[in-house]
Ligand binder design. Structure first.
Ligand SMILES: Nc1ncnc2c1ncn2[C@@H]1O[C@H](COP(=O)(O)OP(=O)(O)OC[C@H]2O[C@@H]([n+]3cccc(C(=O)O)c3)[C@H](O)[C@@H]2O)[C@@H](O)[C@H]1O
Ligand SMILES: Nc1ncnc2c1ncn2[C@@H]1O[C@H](COP(=O)(O)OP(=O)(O)OP(=O)(O)O)[C@@H](O)[C@H]1O
Ligand SMILES: [Mg+2]
Length: 276
């Protein structure tokens, strides 16, 4: 796996956000959350808490936007979540002073596996059942409490399709959706998310030992650089590889992830209108 821990300084990227820019993002995101809830006539927001950086940052900004009494955390452990992650999620909820429930999802997941045993041992298919089960619970609570479901998706995940269709993507809004993963880390530091959460390797925890970087075959730092320069930016693939000092194969991998996941970034298509 290729890595670039320190990107060459001459790369003209908005990689390092200044304090003023981070404050602007904070302000934009908190007003966004407040207006989404308000415009929907909702009373509060629901968010799944995993003990990871995306959900901890989003929950923190939601508390800033709405107040702690208007944010409801759901901690939804399964057999594939390390206990440490779930206790980190609980501590984060307690630190934020929000109401939270811990609901074990394995009995629900087992019912799916009993109903269709062929998929139970298929790593991604089974993991996606866990992710989609959480989405059902998020909306069960949102419907009950007249609440909005806050998503935690970021731009790096969106552009690579690194999420479960109608799973963790099944939400009402994505407050940190404009931020690349390294910017999520910067904003998390800026608002005071605990270092241990910022430094933990990102993982969907859909199976034991899973990490985002290993599954995607690229680190977030390199992924973000390629997204910024090539997928979102003006450089050719070759110029991006040369600028970053990495093999073309890294660029090809990112482009492959981006192209293969186009279907996850649009609404389900319908046939063209008949011209009768
Ligand atoms: N071209 C196309 N046009 C329309 N639909 C298409 C399609 N290709 C596949 N599909 C549909 O999409 C399905 C595959 O997509 P999906 O069901 O999402 O499944 P898939 O993309 O295979 O798996 C989800 C991926 O997201 C990762 N993930 C999930 C959840 C959280 C996180 C995290 O970072 O925390 C990461 C997970 O590790 C895995 O790599 C296919 O079964 C098919 O139904
Ligand atoms: N065990 C869980 N309980 C409740 N929600 C969860 C759980 N696992 C995942 N989620 C929800 O799914 C989202 C997507 O997971 P993802 O791993 O991308 O984010 P994260 O765990 O917050 O951050 P990261 O793993 O990158 O540090 C989480 O942010 C959270 O909202
Ligand atoms: Mg995670």
């Amino acid at each position: 796996m290729q890595d670039v821990t320190a990107l060459p300084e001459e790369i003209p990227m908005e990689v390092q956000l200044t304090d003023a820019e981070l404050e602007a993002h904070r302000e934009r995101i908190t007003s966004f959350i407040a207006s989404i809830v308000d415009d929907a006539g909702a009373e509060s927001a629901v968010i799944g808490l995993s003990g990871g950086i995306d959900s901890t940052l989003t929950a923190r900004l939601a508390v800033e936007a709405l107040g702690a009494d208007k944010v409801h955390g759901l901690i939804l452990p399964s057999t594939t979540n390390p206990e440490e992650s779930m206790s980190t999620a609980e501590k984060a909820a307690q630190r934020l002073g929000i109401e939270y429930d811990v609901i074990e999802i394995e009995p629900i997941v087992s019912a799916f596996f009993d109903a269709y045993p062929d998929g139970a041992d298929t790593q991604t298919a089974a993991g996606n059942v866990r992710v989609r089960t959480r989405a059902v619970l998020n909306y069960f609570v949102a419907n009950t409490e007249n609440a909005i479901v806050l998503g935690t998706g970021n731009r790096s995940e969106s552009l690579t399709g690194y999420f479960t269709k109608y799973g963790d993507q099944a939400v009402d809004c994505n407050p940190i959706g404009n931020l690349y993963k390294h910017q999520v880390r910067q904003l998390s530091r800026h608002v005071g998310v605990h270092d241990s959460i910022i430094e933990k390797p990102p993982s969907a925890e859909m199976w034991q030992g899973q990490t985002d970087a290993e599954e995607m075959g690229i680190t977030y730092d390199l992924l973000d650089a390629v997204l910024i320069l090539h997928v979102d930016g003006p450089l050719s693939g070759r110029a991006t590889a040369e600028t970053l000092g990495v093999d073309q194969s890294a660029i090809d991998r990112v482009v492959e992830l981006y192209e293969q996941s186009a279907h996850k970034r649009r609404l389900p298509p319908v046939p063209e209108e008949l011209d009768l």
